[in-house]
Design a protein around this ligand. Structure first.
Ligand code: V47
Length: 377
């Protein structure tokens, strides 16, 4: 089966649902990875993208009760619930202006008690502090909630937020599109159809977006392939997606804490299959917070061409027990990428090149031996 898939990939033929299933079931992980790597190198060579970004989660108060979430609090008065004042949120950017991010990525709970103007003012304030900062804010689920809660269409919500400074939408909230799984893990928020419609409307307005997939919980491989194919279908229609981001489930402190987290093999295979199936999406992101920097580094040989950014201040995965650090320094990201034998390319959110770094002359460990030998001579 893998030989047939290899021939199809090399001939530029589109893979089917059955091909996706075969790739998930193929025992030879390295062969699947190698094929994904071939596609990745054809698209991007050794170039590996990252950016200077920061996360702000302004509120964890959320009317939804997703089983996988360790971050949200149902009501504002509950212990651990917090909502930043606008000044507190802006301060997060202000204090980083000596080494400023090019992107602010905001993901929030679905707070029922804030006026819509809070979100508009939030964006306006970030742009006041740094007019050229890219605002990648509010998932498709949040946009759907705003539309319902404040009585607007998706387009009206997006237009008002764009007028306030919104530049693009992050990929959060996609979870798993299959209706049965979705209703079991996140029943009370945007459906798959609604989530995809938000992205469709954003694309029609010329806005770029990402889409994620939360894997490694109660879903099957068939659900993952179905999810990936729905992403491919939307992209055929709109061509507005920039990156697809598989997110590994983290079980600590949430309603599925009895489940084990996916293994590194599952992570690498899921990235590789995503790369192979999504022939119309440019970038596959190995999100280091969800994977750990170590697995994300290896993923750069399994189909991924992007590793996300410096981040600073991530709280969703921290609450769910990630072993990753809260932030990675710029030079640490460059080192991770170079040591993987790739070329680090700092990008902005829209994948314009900010700075391309030289590739490493040799793996770092070898350099150390050379330097040591030089010193000893
Ligand atoms: O929407 C929540 C997921 C997402 C858990 O667009 C969990 O560039 C695993 O979407 N285990 C937020 N995942 C993060 C996100 C994202 C990350 C990086 C880059 C981009 C981008 C987007 O995290 C949520 C949800 O799907 N999530 N809890 C958990 N326990």
């Amino acid at each position: 089966m893998l030989d047939t898939i290899r021939q199809k990939v090399r001939a530029g033929e589109r893979l089917t649902f059955d091909d996706g299933m075969a790739l998930f079931l193929e025992p030879d992980l390295l062969a699947v990875g190698q094929l994904a790597n071939e596609v990745r190198e054809k698209k991007h060579g050794d170039r590996t993208y990252f950016n200077r970004n920061m996360r702000v989660e302004v509120t964890n108060v959320c009317v939804a009760s997703c089983l996988f979430c360790s971050f949200a609090k149902l009501e504002a008065h509950m212990p651990g619930a917090h909502t930043m004042t606008l000044e507190e949120a802006w301060h997060e950017l202000e204090v980083r202006m000596d080494d400023p991010p090019t992107e602010v990525h905001v993901v929030n709970g679905l707070h029922p008690g804030l006026p819509f103007s809070y979100y508009e003012d939030l964006l306006k304030g970030f742009k006041r502090i740094k007019p050229d900062v890219h605002l990648k804010c509010f998932t498709g689920v949040e946009i759907h909630f705003f539309a319902q809660h404040y009585g607007m269409s998706y387009r009206e919500v997006l237009e008002r937020l764009r007028a306030a400074g919104l530049d693009s939408l992050p990929g959060g909230g996609a979870e798993i599109f299959d209706e049965d799984v979705r209703s079991r893990i996140s029943a009370d928020k945007a459906t798959a159809k609604e989530y995809l419609e938000v992205h469709r409307v954003a694309h029609a307005m010329g806005m770029r977006t990402n889409i994620t997939m939360l894997y490694g919980h109660i879903e099957t491989f068939a659900h993952r392939v179905d999810h990936i194919l729905r992403v491919r279908e939307l992209q055929d229609e709109t061509n507005g997606l920039q990156a697809f981001i598989p997110l590994a489930f983290h079980p600590d402190g949430n309603g599925m804490k009895n489940l084990p987290a996916p293994t590194a093999v599952d992570d690498l295979r899921t990235l590789a299959v995503s790369r192979l199936m999504l022939d119309n999406v440019d970038h596959i992101k190995a999100y280091w917070v969800s994977l750990t920097p170590d697995v994300a580094q290896i993923a750069l040989r399994f189909g991924a061409d992007d590793i996300d950014g410096t981040i600073v201040h991530e709280t969703i995965y921290k609450a769910a027990g990630t072993r990753s650090p809260g932030a990675l320094g710029y030079n640490e990201l460059v080192r991770l990428i170079r040591e993987a034998g790739r070329i680090p390319v700092e990008r902005d959110t829209l994948y314009n090149v900010v700075r391309e770094h030289p590739r490493a002359e040799a793996p770092e460990a070898a350099m150390k031996v050379k330097e040591r030998n030089k010193r000893l001579a």
